[in-house]
Design a protein around this ligand. Structure first.
Ligand SMILES: CCCNc1ncnc2c1ncn2[C@@H]1O[C@H](/C=C/CNC(=O)c2cc(-c3ccc(F)cc3)cc(O)c2O)[C@@H](O)[C@H]1O
Ligand SMILES: [Mg+2]
Length: 215
């Protein structure tokens, strides 16, 4: 049977990128998705904004919701200092398998904990299972209608504390209206929109950065 798009993305990494060189993995995926097949990676333009937020926050513990092929996982992990890590949740086993290989090719497996499972099932276990106190940065890029419920779950589990930064992809396209309304109107968040474009296209999209101010 035909290969899947994630399998073709992995093949592009394995043929075009250098083992142990995260930037070459990022470049290979962006080239493939711009010139061969579009795919829902955060991409190079919004990825640069993601990079700047990671550098600004210099997080010790990062949570990523929705690994897909691991593109943004590699973008984040390559900027983390020794001892810092990104826990990334992916509930599709096929995507998780591809992402593990992309992350391995980039040489960043020591900075990444890929957990195969659904956010709603795993968030309540983060403290107990991974010894996480609170997340310094959360990157939301999974099913758009899950951004708000999962944010509320993270709050309830005490995983969002004063200073935690939420960075959400696709707040315009496909859009996350209920999440945007929540973080922009809540007195507990200071929210700002970074205008950009939908990956590999001219359509408008952007990232929303929301800093938790404490209760
Ligand atoms: C139980 C479901 C909620 N919990 C979850 N827990 C763990 N992983 C979850 C997940 N939901 C989804 N996932 C995974 O995240 C990924 C899903 C991402 C959804 N993203 C999008 O739909 C998306 C879509 C677009 C898009 C934009 C325009 C367009 F015309 C077509 C698509 C652009 C993007 O940047 C996107 O991120 C998959 O790997 C999926 O298996
Ligand atoms: Mg996205």
């Amino acid at each position: 049977t035909r290969t899947s798009r994630p399998q073709r993305i992995l093949k592009a990494v394995q043929t075009k990128a250098t083992v142990g060189d995260p930037q070459s993995v990022i470049t290979a995926i962006d080239h493939f998705c711009r010139h061969r097949e579009w795919a829902m990676n955060v991409g190079d333009e919004k990825g640069s904004i993601l990079d700047s937020v990671v550098n600004e926050v210099s997080p010790v513990t990062v949570l990523e919701l929705g690994t897909y092929c691991g593109y943004s996982t590699v973008r984040i992990a390559r900027l983390l200092p020794p001892g810092a890590c990104v826990i990334t949740l992916e509930f599709n086993p096929d995507y998780a398998a591809i992402a593990r290989q992309v992350i391995k090719w980039s040489g960043l497996e020591d900075k990444v904990q890929l957990v195969e499972g659904a956010s709603g099932d795993w968030i309540p276990w983060m403290k107990e299972h991974f010894g996480v106190q609170a997340f310094d940065l959360v990157f939301l890029d999974h099913w758009k209608e899950r951004y708000l419920p999962d944010t509320k779950l993270l709050e309830e589990c005490g995983l969002i504390q004063k200073g935690t930064v939420l960075l959400a992809d696709n707040v315009i396209c496909p859009g996350t209206p209920d999440y945007l309304e929540y973080v922009r109107n809540s007195p507990h968040y200071n929210s700002q929109y970074y205008r950009s474009h939908l990956e590999y296209t001219k359509a408008e999209d952007g990232l929303e950065k929301s800093v938790f101010l404490g209760y």
